[in-house]
Design a binder for this molecule. Structure first.
Ligand code: HEC
Length: 483
């Protein structure tokens, strides 16, 4: 694989992975933070309710009498209340505490126990100690506009707090002490709130951040390592495959070159052997003519005849070898070819041999096919010669030539009623020089030529039994209208 591409790919995947882990971190952080906020809100709510209950209790009693001491002097804000200060029969002095005062005192003295600040405030103060801070003042204004609760994160003295505040409405119990200010039942008298410090929650969050970060870091690094390993492996396999492909290409080049060399060698050899064979035949003929009747030795005459025969045979063989070698390439224009015309021409050419064999030939429907004419001629000639040569053991040899269109192909058949070919030999006869009989007729190359022609055109050739006995040569070629 290209070094650059695989590096880019690795970087992209690593970046994606980092983005995923980063996203995970952010998501986790959010959830943790939300969780902390939820807890703080719960704490604020429960404290608020506790304060509310406590204040309601104090209001229901119209305030509570407690012994007077330095921390709890009579409240000047209650000066208008009769019996603000009373005495027990034994002479102990008691003074009335109002709910706001009780709350403030509790916060002042036991605030550390609470941790959560509770407060009652108003924009119309009896006691300036109850004055609202900035956030509370804003909340009070929102209550006057009808809001029923303000629940927010806000700083107090630079430290983060969660603050909850609700309006404090006047009920009948309040009027005992607040009627003099002109309030009526239902008025917003002020607000009551709690403030939960967020520091413990945030500290807790932070203390858990490091281990979470470490875990994610490990996952991230492991992912990176896995990506690196994966890409290295993919690259290795790719390289191996590529090397194999290159080697295969090289080998196939060598093979096709060798093949071409061999083919060329065979062609040249066959061509050069033609000439001596032709001369031998000519000279044998001449010799026979010249000696003529003068040759009275029968054995010598027979030998001369034999030489002539063998020279002819060699010529035929060489001709077929050349035809075989050339049969996988078109020898003319590949075009729609009239099979009927081709067969008629062959029948005319082989008229004598057909007559000799006493064969009766019938030609059926022959649909056109797509091939160059010389090879179409070869294919039919071979099939017909095969029928004449191998069917002639029969007394009355009948040969049928037929064709049919099957899909985009045309299937031709040449059938004889001769002895036929046993099933186990029907493939063998398509090999070069494979002959079933040792008869001198035929070169043993014919059917191999036919098969090579058919297969190089995308078709096939095979043998079947003619119904009723005999051999049927079949071959398929593309139909004339196929692309
Ligand atoms: C026993 C008398 C008494 C009763 C009952 C009482 N208050 Fe008060 N309240 C006071 C006094 C006195 C103050 C001011 C001094 C203080 O803070 O102690 C005060 C302060 C407040 C404040 C703080 C603002 C300020 O003016 O300082 C609010 C708000 C308040 N009261 C609301 C209520 C409401 C609402 C009720 C009824 C649910 C109620 N009070 C019942 C006596 C009372």
């Amino acid at each position: 694989m290209d070094n650059n591409i695989s590096l880019k790919f690795a970087l992209t995947v690593a970046l994606l992975w980092t983005a995923v882990v980063g996203g995970l971190l952010a998501w986790d952080e959010r959830i943790e933070r939300r969780h902390a906020d939820e807890l703080a809100k719960k704490e604020a709510r429960s404290n608020f309710n506790k304060d509310l209950a406590f204040r309601m209790w104090a209001t229901r009693h119209g305030g509570v009498y407690v012994p007077v001491d330095a921390r709890t002097p009579p409240n000047p804000g209650l000066a208008h209340i009769p019996e603000r200060d009373i005495e027990t029969p034994s002479g102990r002095k008691l003074t009335l505490m109002n709910p706001a005062f009780i709350m403030r005192q509790m916060m002042d003295e036991f605030g550390d126990l609470y941790g959560v600040k509770g407060k009652i405030t108003s924009s119309k103060l009896i006691n300036p100690a109850n004055a609202p801070d900035e956030w509370e003042a804003a909340a009070l204004r929102r209550f006057e506009q009808g809001e029923s609760e303000v629940f927010e994160f806000s700083d107090i003295g630079g430290k983060p707090y969660l603050r909850l505040m609700q309006p404090l409405k006047v009920n009948a119990g309040c009027l005992k002490c607040h009627a003099f200010q002109g309030y009526r039942v239902g008025d917003v008298r002020g607000g009551v709130g709690v403030s939960v410090p967020m520091k413990p929650y945030l500290d807790d969050l932070q203390s858990r951040t490091a281990p979470r970060l470490a875990t994610l870091c490990i996952i991230w690094l492991a992912g990176l390592a896995a990506i690196a390993a994966l890409i290295t492996e993919v690259r290795r396999r790719f390289d191996v495959q590529e090397a194999a492909a290159v080697e295969l290409q090289r080998q196939s080049l060598v093979i096709s070159r060798t093949n071409a060399d061999l083919q060329r060698f065979a062609e040249v050899t066959a061509h050069h052997l033609q000439e001596p064979a032709r001369r031998m035949a000519t000279y044998a003929e001449r010799l026979t003519e010249q000696l003529g009747g003068r040759l009275d030795n029968a054995e010598a005459r027979l030998s001369l005849e034999f030489i002539g025969q063998q020279a002819h045979r060699q010529q035929n063989l060489l001709r077929d070898v050349e035809r075989y070698l050339a049969s996988d390439q078109p020898r003319g224009k590949v075009e729609p070819a009239d099979a009927r015309k081709a067969v008629d021409a062959i029948l005319a050419r082989l008229k004598d041999r057909i007559g000799e064999a006493g064969a009766e030939i019938s030609v059926g429907d022959l649909p056109p096919c797509r091939i160059d004419l010389p090879r179409l001629d070869d294919a039919f000639s071979v099939a017909l010669e095969n029928a004449i040569v191998h069917g002639r053991a029969k007394q009355s040899l009948r040969i049928g030539i037929d064709g049919e269109r099957i899909g985009g192909k045309v299937r031709y058949s040449v059938s004889d009623n001769g002895p036929g070919v046993e099933e186990q030999y029907r493939e063998k006869v398509f090999r070069v020089f494979e002959r079933l009989s040792s008869s001198t007729a035929g070169t043993g190359i014919g059917l191999a030529i036919l098969r090579r022609v058919a297969e190089s055109c995308g078709g096939r050739a095979w043998l079947e039994e003619t119904p009723g006995g005999g051999c049927r040569v079949r071959f398929e070629l593309h139909a004339d209208d196929s692309p």
